[in-house]
Design a protein around this ligand. Structure first.
Ligand SMILES: NC(=O)c1ccc[n+]([C@@H]2O[C@H](COP(=O)([O-])OP(=O)(O)OC[C@H]3O[C@@H](n4cnc5c(N)ncnc54)[C@H](O)[C@@H]3O)[C@@H](O)[C@H]2O)c1
Length: 333
């Protein structure tokens, strides 16, 4: 039964603490934050756990797995040190702030035979799982394109652009759904509020199968939108994470192309059939994510959101950031 330490108890860390604390397979839970004030707040909220301000103490302890919910710029260093001490590591998204660092962590984890997992929470989210199922069963047919909007009047990050903050969600979802990684990425964007930190970006991705995708991510928007449209040659679907109940809707809509057998004109017939919303499981993604990490530590299984997924996402983020900084030139992966 694994012993776990959650490191970083700022905005996101407490959610992870709550889910590991509530999991039957987690025998012992530590919370580590270099800020005493944060630790004091956590002690009041979650009594009975082990608390420390020192990451060294965590590394020297007998905890089996370290969960990093610290700022992105610290991920590589903290994860590398944990792997060196033989710990299994869960890193919040994105895995690292460069593809080189992400690659290095993946090879270190492989060499040390330790689990490296990345907090791509949406891979455990019931609507995302439902869309994956629809695509895998061929319900939507061949996927022509996907468009996503992840915008809000959001919290500006100090150390990364909006691409590194929000696009990990959309890239991880896309790679999971499509089962492939992009061959070309282009992006444009601007840093309107804080110089040098882009707060809006428009990203395009092309996949080897011919599917294309467009991602809009922004911390500057009048309202919160979390909307993804998936257009296939059989059906279309919309996944709207801001909807309370009907988060996924399937539209029996499309255009059928009739090739003329002679030299006549081609014909298009438009289908506008039923719209339905499938029933979704009620599970909390973070609880499933915590369970996947605990299981990987106990049984040696590969978590769904593994280091390789983390690396693929970081490669895509780096390509998008590079394209944006070079005025939107296409970057091959
Ligand atoms: N999966 C998701 O949906 C999701 C959502 C939000 C944030 N995140 C990710 O979570 C991570 C943390 O983001 P946040 O918004 O909570 O950041 P934050 O700045 O609010 O919190 C980070 C905490 O880490 C602590 N810390 C920093 N270095 C440390 C060290 N060496 N040892 C111990 N403690 C240290 C800080 O004191 C702080 O309390 C980021 O990677 C972010 O991308 C994920």
């Amino acid at each position: 039964m694994p012993r776990i330490a959650v490191v970083g108890a700022g905005y996101w860390g407490p959610n992870l603490v709550r889910n590991f604390q509530g999991h039957k397979d987690c025998t012992e839970l530590w919370v580590c934050d270099q800020s005493k004030a944060r630790l004091d707040q956590m002690r009041t909220r979650f009594p009975g756990l082990k608390y420390t301000e020192s990451y060294d103490e965590v590394l020297k302890s007998n905890v089996d797995g370290v969960v990093l919910a610290t700022p992105v710029s610290t991920h590589y260093e903290l994860a590398r040190r944990a792997l060196e001490r033989g710990k299994h590591v869960f890193v919040e998204k994105p895995l690292a702030s460069s593809a080189e660092h992400a690659k290095d962590l993946v090879s270190r984890a492989e060499a040390a035979k330790r689990t490296l997992m990345v907090g791509h929470t949406f891979l455990y989210s019931p609507p995302v799982l439902k869309v994956k199922d629809l695509i895998a069963k061929g319900e939507l047919g061949r996927i022509f394109f996907v468009t996503t909007m992840r915008v809000n009047l959001g919290l500006h990050q100090k150390d990364v652009s909006v691409i590194w903050d929000l696009a990990p969600h959309d890239f991880s979802i896309l790679f999971y759904w499509l089962g492939e990684r992009p061959s070309v990425i282009t992006a444009t964007g601007k840093a309107f509020v804080v110089s040098g930190i882009h707060d809006v970006a428009f990203i395009s991705a092309e996949f080897p199968s011919g599917t294309i995708a467009h991602l809009e991510v922004s911390w500057l928007a009048p309202s919160k939108l979390r909307r993804t449209a998936i257009v296939g040659d059989k059906k279309m679907a919309v996944y709207d994470d801001t909807e309370a109940i009907e988060k996924v809707k399937i539209f029996d809509r499309g255009v059928d192309f009739k090739d003329p057998e002679t030299f006549g004109e081609f014909q298009l017939s438009y289908r506008t059939g039923d719209i339905w919303s499938p029933k979704l499981a009620q599970s909390e993604p973070l609880a499933l994510e915590a369970g996947d990490f605990l299981k990987a530590i106990s049984d040696g299984t590969t978590p769904k959101s593994d280091g390789l997924m983390g690396l693929r996402v970081v490669e895509a983020l780096a390509a998008a950031q590079k394209s944006l900084e070079q005025g939107g030139v296409p970057i091959k992966l």
